[in-house]
Design a binder for this molecule. Sequence first.
Ligand SMILES: [Zn+2]
Length: 220
Amino acid sequence: MRLRSAGGGLSAHKTMIRLKYGNTNTYFVNGLLIDTDYAGTLGAFYKALKASGLGAGEIRWILATHYHPDHMGLIGELTARGAGLLLIDTQRDFVHFSDRIFEREKRTFVPVNEGAAKIISCAESRDFLAGIGIQGEIVSTPSHSEDSVSLILDDGDCFVGDLEPLEYLEAYEENAALAVDWENLLSHGAKRIHSAHRPDAVTSTCIQSEKERTIWNTFA
Ligand SMILES: [Zn+2]
């Protein structure tokens, strides 16, 4: 999916693209790549990139929603080719989580070099993103894993990685951590949810249905 939109302000121009070249949705927003697929998918990645009309040089920064192997497998290779790694401080201790998995599977991969990363806190993310042409914020959503974060754009597009869907809240007896994450996202204005493994980019849980409102009201 390729979507270019203008609006919401004098300089607000957004290019949002979903790249699928394996099992993980990778998103591109104004120079920022959100997640990569597994190690060993670099060829498929470049093919998908070309098909989308993007040039490799357009990837200026990479953010992993978390450091499980199906979300960060290409980071080492892409940063070695010039992209910057945006690392949230809560992720720092997890960047090598998947190394041993790739080693065991004898995958081609380059370990993340966190020493070269730009490390910021979620509180600093709005200013950093504004500086690279993205209006939005990164928030910690640790119910899936301690290092999980979500990117919420001011226009409502929200990239959540492996966060379980809002609908699951009703299915579970007790999932306080998931409820807290959704409360946080909704209070930040998340409207269109882009998940890493759901079939389409705008797997839009548009947070508008009566049922979801009810769930939301229970937080208030
Ligand atoms: Zn995943």
